[in-house]
Design a protein around this ligand. Structure first.
Ligand SMILES: Nc1ncnc2c1ncn2[C@@H]1O[C@H](COP(=O)(O)OP(=O)(O)O)[C@@H](O)[C@H]1O
Ligand SMILES: O=C(OP(=O)(O)O)[C@H](O)COP(=O)(O)O
Length: 395
């Protein structure tokens, strides 16, 4: 991959940077700014050279139209504080406001475009639609730097198509992530254990087929566990469930058995009648009461998972074990994080929320082998897949 240095002298040049600023928010308060901090080295390197930096990023999953709760305004403010410079926020992505904001930039100044997913073309499956948006984005800049590692697994206009239209390079975050993760991908020390959880169940179920050919053990917690429990014939109440994936998961369970890979599922879970309720209890996974939802793995499961992690030489973890944002449902995630710190194996934590969980629960980042800013992206790299946002930079 080309680096920023390969782009030559960037003084006075308009450089479009794709960052991943998909940070956890409580209203308009950023609860963990790790992804913004991770973007700073590239932005500072460009600004120090006198480039005019235009940043594009997404927040959440808006449905292709502006929605106030997904505005990047809190991110612009935090980025300005961290850079120690004013960050102009355009009201739109490629409209009059964006054009005027970019035109007003002086050398060494930075602007942020409003949420790229407010434009439905960003995530379109249609090449021509994405291409039309990429043309408009490319018209705002002289060069493109891809540094949003958390989105390089997405074939989206601001990640993939725009790179085909401008001289391009990988930013320092993308380079560092790929280097750190490639080591684990190519020759993981064994036993190699992968821990999966979180809420993006349909996305992440897709990686399991390939992981079953790589890992020795898969530990499944978080929102993902209920589709597995259902596939085993258990009732899961009102827990997060991908009903249409139950058959696929049955296939994974059979595949694992044939190939000698162990899939470790929780034996107990913390349930409550509704999200946020303090009326919770721990039940066995074959006794989830109707009308309750599973919000964390239970203590027996946490001990089981910790034991597997402590016995491993390489551990990749993506996705919290429960709704860790509420202390009452954070114990499973804490236990897994603690085991990752205690193990003698090399540990990789991936994902916006998983990395945030580690910090918010008070763990020292130095206790982990690598904390990746990308969950889906790091998992797909670990699967051995070619990621569109990386491949396009290798051309
Ligand atoms: N049992 C569960 N039910 C619903 N949501 C859950 C459950 N367990 C974890 N989560 C949620 O998963 C979210 C993180 O998922 P995800 O985005 O997949 O992880 P990451 O960003 O680390 O890749 C957290 O906000 C957490 O509250
Ligand atoms: O948060 C992200 O990914 P992650 O939850 O897999 O770490 C990225 O910003 C990608 O977001 P997306 O999964 O909505 O494309």
């Amino acid at each position: 991959m080309k680096t920023i240095e390969d782009l030559g002298d960037l003084r006075g040049k308009r450089v479009l940077v794709r960052s991943d600023f998909n940070v956890p928010l409580d209203g308009t308060t950023i609860t963990d700014d790790g992804r913004i901090r991770a973007a700073l080295p590239t932005l500072e390197a460009l600004l120090d050279q006198g480039a005019r930096v235009v940043v594009t990023a997404h927040l959440g999953r808006p449905k292709g139209a502006p929605e106030a709760k997904y505005s990047l305004a809190p991110v612009a403010a935090r980025l300005g504080e961290l850079l120690g410079r004013e960050v102009a926020l355009a009201d739109d992505l490629v409209g009059d406001s964006a054009k005027a904001t970019v035109a007003a930039l002086q050398d060494g100044q930075v602007a942020l475009l409003e949420n790229v997913r407010f434009d439905a073309r960003e995530t379109s499956k249609d090449d021509a639609e994405r291409g039309a948006l990429a043309d408009e984005l490319a018209a705002l800049a002289d060069a493109f730097v891809s540094d949003g590692f958390g989105v390089v697994h997405r074939k989206q206009a601001s990640v993939y198509d725009v790179a085909q239209r401008l001289p391009h390079a990988a930013g320092t975050l993308v380079l560092a992530e790929v280097e750190a993760l490639r080591k684990a991908v190519e020759d993981p020390e064994r036993p190699y254990v992968v821990v999966l959880g979180g809420a993006k169940v349909s996305d992440k179920l897709g990686v399991i087929g390939n992981l079953l050919t790589k890992a020795d053990k898969l530990l499944i917690g978080g929102g993902m566990m209920f589709t597995f429990l259902k596939a085993q014939g258990h009732e899961v109440g009102s827990s997060l469930l991908e009903e249409d994936q139950v058959e696929t998961v049955k296939g994974y369970l059979a595949q694992a058995q044939e190939s000698g890979v162990e899939i470790v599922l929780p034996v107990d879970t913390l349930v409550a009648p509704e999200f946020g309720s303090d009326d919770f209890e721990v039940v066995a996974v074959d006794a989830i009461p109707a009308g309750t939802m599973g919000l964390d793995i239970g203590p027996r499961s946490a001990a089981l998972f910790a034991e597997a992690i402590l016995g491993a030489r390489t551990i990749a973890w993506n996705g919290p074990m429960g709704v860790f944002e509420r202390p009452a449902y954070a114990e499973g995630t804490k236990a897994v994080a603690q085991a990752l710190v205690d193990t003698e194996g090399f540990s990789i934590v991936g994902g916006g929320d998983s990395a945030a969980a580690v910090r918010l629960l008070g763990f020292d980042e130095a206790g982990f082998g690598h904390i990746s800013t990308g969950g889906g992206a790091s998992l797909e790299l670990l699967e051995g897949k070619t990621l569109p946002g990386i491949a396009v930079l290798e051309d």
